[in-house]
Design a protein around this ligand. Structure first.
Ligand code: ZN
Ligand code: ZN
Length: 346
């Protein structure tokens, strides 16, 4: 078995990057930014640093007004989707450090540390949205809806169990499966929720919330990219782990994730929200499932859903990081100017 909790202080660790391995390596744990086995890890790290953002820089004053006049179905979906997203980002924040205890390549751990920080910021942004839009009592109700709503609880139990499995059983195969669970979470579970927020925004409602979601979406895309690379590189380093039985298990996990996301979309959005319906969502999520499987280097498992449905093309336009408003970056440079002044005062 390759998987083992790595030593922390390890002067006998390997310095030569060629000896570095994702699992079963012998690292010194020194963060050497000039010598990394995988150049993409260095690029990812810099990109993620450049994507830094602060939830409170987005003004939600108009969202407070919009929320009061949302239709009951929109309001209910807004609350339930937020409750689900808060859970996802919170469990990600807690789960990622479990992985880095076993990964023996420092550069991968550095990236996962930044990801963990970003997941914390995402939970903070939902908290800011709730603080701005609803009363403290409603906020508590939304935060913990997942404990009482049976659909929400079922979804969260599925994800929670996949993560718990690695808590209880640390072996090579369980590690591959927990990587896949992360990949599915980053690549499937957020997406009907994201589409819901973008759909409200294209109708001129809750645009501040949609802007928060775009920054989160941009980060989630990089997380997806990170896990895709991690799985692909592990497959190159340890091809024996990806035998036909494992590949079948991974595909079944993905299909189950797709099935659950579609069922969730039907429950929370269904056919009661203007601009979105359950067929559009199902087509979109099936397309994403195929896309995620192809990104891991396999052929589409469902060729009928191998291209983006035209009815959902507006989602990727909304999510496109290049369309993120430039005034955000102006706001950010002001924030940096302020923090420099603070440092000067010390
Ligand atoms: Zn997140
Ligand atoms: Zn993420």
């Amino acid at each position: 078995m390759l998987l083992a909790k790595k030593a922390l202080f390890n002067p006998q660790g390997d310095i030569d990057v060629k000896l570095g391995r994702i699992l079963g390596g012998n690292p010194t744990n020194l963060n050497d930014f000039n010598h990394m086995k995988y150049p993409w890890a260095s690029q990812w790290y810099r990109q993620a640093m450049n994507n830094f953002w602060i939830p409170e820089e987005i003004n939600l004053a108009q969202d407070l007004k919009d929320y009061q006049v949302l239709e009951p179905a929109q309001k209910q979906a807004y609350d339930k989707i937020l409750s689900f997203l808060i859970f996802l980002d919170s469990i990600q924040t807690a789960n990622l450090p479990r992985l880095t205890e076993y990964i023996t390549l420092s550069e991968i751990c550095l990236c996962l540390n930044i990801q963990t920080f970003q997941e914390s910021v995402h939970s903070q942004s939902y908290s800011y949205m709730l603080d701005s839009i609803v009363s403290p009592a409603e906020r508590m109700e939304i935060l913990y809806q997942w404990k009482d709503d049976e659909h929400l609880l079922r979804r969260n139990t599925f994800i929670g169990n996949l993560y718990n499995e690695f808590q209880e059983k640390q072996d090579d195969r369980t590690f591959v499966k927990v990587l896949m669970a992360n990949y599915i979470l980053e690549g499937i579970y957020f997406y009907s929720g994201f589409a819901f927020f973008y759909n409200l925004s294209r109708q001129g409602k809750m645009s501040g919330s949609a802007q928060e979601i775009r920054y989160i979406n941009r980060d989630e895309n990089t997380h997806l990219w990170l896990f895709r690379n991690l799985i692909r590189e592990l497959k190159t380093e340890e091809p024996q782990l990806f035998d036909p039985k494992m590949e079948e298990e991974l595909l079944n996990m993905l299909k189950e994730g797709v099935r659950q996301e579609i069922a969730w979309g039907q429950y929370v959005i269904g056919d009661k929200i203007k601009g979105l319906n359950s067929t559009m969502l199902a087509d979109y999520i099936q397309y994403l499932g195929n896309l995620r499987w192809q990104s891991l280097g396999y052929a589409p498992y469902d060729p009928a859903h191998a291209t983006e449905p035209a009815s959902m093309a507006w989602v990727s336009q909304y999510a496109d990081a290049n369309l993120v408003k430039t005034d955000f970056f102006e706001a950010r440079s002001t924030a940096y100017a302020k923090s420099t002044a603070l440092v000067d005062d010390l």
